[in-house]
Design a binder for this molecule. Structure first.
Ligand SMILES: *[C@@H]1O[C@H](CO)[C@@H](O)[C@H](O)[C@H]1NC(C)=O
Ligand SMILES: *[C@@H]1O[C@H](CO)[C@@H](O)[C@H](O)[C@H]1NC(C)=O
Length: 497
């Protein structure tokens, strides 16, 4: 697991070195470029070794010329919160339709303004209106699971038929989170749970993988251009919604953006009409609305689905924790009818449910290879001088696995998050040692959305089904944009309660 996760960090590192890679033979006449090429080759040959042998506990580690990985608590805090360094050029790979957006932007004032415009959509109050969307989607999932439990052959044509009672939770969590973000951000379910044939999620996964590869192999761009059809889908949905006017109004994230645009225009912050100028100035143009909606789609699918699958994986492998969580859930929903879906109010403040989710995000943060930021002035971190322009990776997984903060770091122990029950009373959870949603001004804007989704879905499943481990499965993971199961599969044995 460790080795794979290390190797899968390659794309991020490569992208950063190859950003200034000579792109033609002519470039090599310049001695600086030649030197860069030689350095890159030397780096590549030593990379395997250095990655494999890197000590987990090392606080500051050189990864390549110009990139260091930082796992020290104070240094990470400085990077993300105190100094609040801007994002690195790696993030430019996320400039959809050449638009800066709330995720990709490296410009602080742009980001501040854009964040102000989109953040209220993820405020607790607005999220309330998304509760029925999440509940409807998980109801559809339960119906589908029941159908497969009844008849294992009712999985999609072409998919492996599993033994009775076995459900590929990885696949269903992924499909469910697409349905939810589809409905929340575009007003339209992809019906992935039912049908698993909507082209957009597949196009998106392919395009993201390719854009990551392109960013470190620029020549691929000439051979295979990026498939932008999933972006076209986003535009189409926004346009349809706008032409429907008041009749098309729905309580969802897209509506929030469209209303924010209308407000901006009414307040005199509208566009000048010069596309480039409007983009740089952060005006909420039609294309900006489209780009932000597509960012929601990208950021709100694989991330939460992997976190949910991880949590289920740890729970079926830790029957005591699972039992304890089920007791908590049953108690909280004792008055509900059998087979029903809890309300968010019933599950939002359950300490053990939260602890189980936190512990799985500690062990497998979605950004396992670290968050890249660019140091804007010469500084000192962990006793090392870091020159201006260096890319520092806030290595979250290394921090989350540090024995100094988390005794028995590789073990799934949800109780450590509950002070009165922690088996490690001398190690209270410290601030700034846990960053599942990053931190500082660039923390995840969708955090509340994700926590609400995870709580509701995990609770619904565990209230309604007994879940049991299916041993002998691969659980190693890879990272392109976020971490995901390398096999794209995790099977759990389920029986209806
Ligand atoms: C599934 O999707 C395909 C393609 O969109 C469609 O042709 C088919 O009718 C759908 N099937 C169901 C059961 O909804
Ligand atoms: C940064 O963003 C602000 C506001 O969007 C804009 O006025 C400024 O020109 C931008 N700076 C750069 C270097 O793009």
């Amino acid at each position: 697991m460790t080795v794979l996760s290390r190797l899968s960090a390659l794309p991020t590192f490569l992208k950063a070195i190859l950003a200034s890679y000579p792109t033609s033979i002519q470039d090599l006449r310049n001695p600086r470029n030649l030197a860069r090429l030689l350095l890159t080759l030397a780096f590549l040959s030593s990379l395997r070794k250095s990655l494999l042998s890197a000590a987990r506990s090392q606080a500051v580690r050189g990864c390549s010329p110009g990139i260091i990985s930082v796992a020290d608590k104070d240094a990470i805090r400085e990077i993300l919160v105190t100094a609040d360094y801007p994002k690195s050029e790696i993030h430019e790979g996320f400039e959809l339709y050449d638009q800066h957006n709330v995720f990709s932007s490296r410009n602080k004032s742009f980001h501040k303004n854009r964040r102000r415009l989109v953040a209220p959509a993820f405020g607790l109050q607005y999220l309330r209106s998304l509760e029925p969307i999440m509940q409807d989607s998980v109801q559809i999932l339960m119906n589908k699971i029941d159908e497969i439990l009844e008849n294992p052959k009712s999985v999609k044509k072409g998919t492996k038929v599993l033994p009775r009672g076995h459900i590929n939770m990885h696949s269903f969590m992924n499909r469910l989170s697409f349905d939810i973000i589809g409905k929340s951000a575009f007003g339209e379910s992809f019906d992935m749970v039912l049908n698993d044939s909507h082209p957009v999620p597949k196009q998106m996964a392919k395009a993201l993988k390719r854009s990551m590869q392109q960013s470190f192999n620029p020549w691929i761009r000439w051979l295979i251009p990026l498939d932008r059809s999933f972006i076209a889908f986003g535009c189409e949905r926004v346009r349809t919604r706008k032409t429907q006017g008041e009749d098309g109004r729905r309580a969802d994230l897209l509506q929030y953006l469209i209303d924010a645009q209308a407000r901006e225009r009414a307040e005199g912050n509208g566009e000048t009409g010069d596309e480039y100028e409007d983009m740089i100035a952060g005006k909420l143009t039609d294309r900006a609305v489209e780009a932000e909606a597509v960012v929601f789609l990208i950021a709100g699918s694989e991330t939460s689905s992997t976190a949910m699958t991880n949590t289920l994986m740890y729970l079926v492998n830790n029957p005591k924790a699972l039992k304890r969580l089920c007791d908590e859930l049953n108690q909280a929903t004792a008055t509900n009818q059998k087979g029903s879906i809890p309300t968010y109010d019933q599950v939002r403040n359950l300490p053990y449910l939260t602890a189980c989710i936190h512990e799985s995000m500690r062990l497998r943060p979605v950004a396992a290879t670290g968050l890249p930021r660019e140091v804007t002035e010469d500084t000192v971190m962990g006793g090392y001088k870091i020159p201006k322009g260096t890319i520092v990776l806030a290595a979250l997984q290394e921090l989350h696995w540090n024995k100094k903060y988390y005794p028995q770091p590789s073990k799934y122990i949800p109780e450590r998050w509950i002070p009165e029950e922690s088996p490690f009373p001398d190690y209270p959870i410290q601030d700034f040692t846990f960053y599942p949603f990053s931190a500082g001004t660039r923390n995840c804007v969708g955090k509340n959305f994700a926590m609400m989704e995870m709580r509701l879905i995990l609770a619904t499943l565990l209230i309604n089904y007994d879940v049991v481990n299916v041993p002998g499965q691969r659980t190693d993971y890879v990272q392109f944009i976020t971490t995901a199961f390398a096999t794209e599969s995790y099977v759990i044995k389920m029986t209806k309660k």
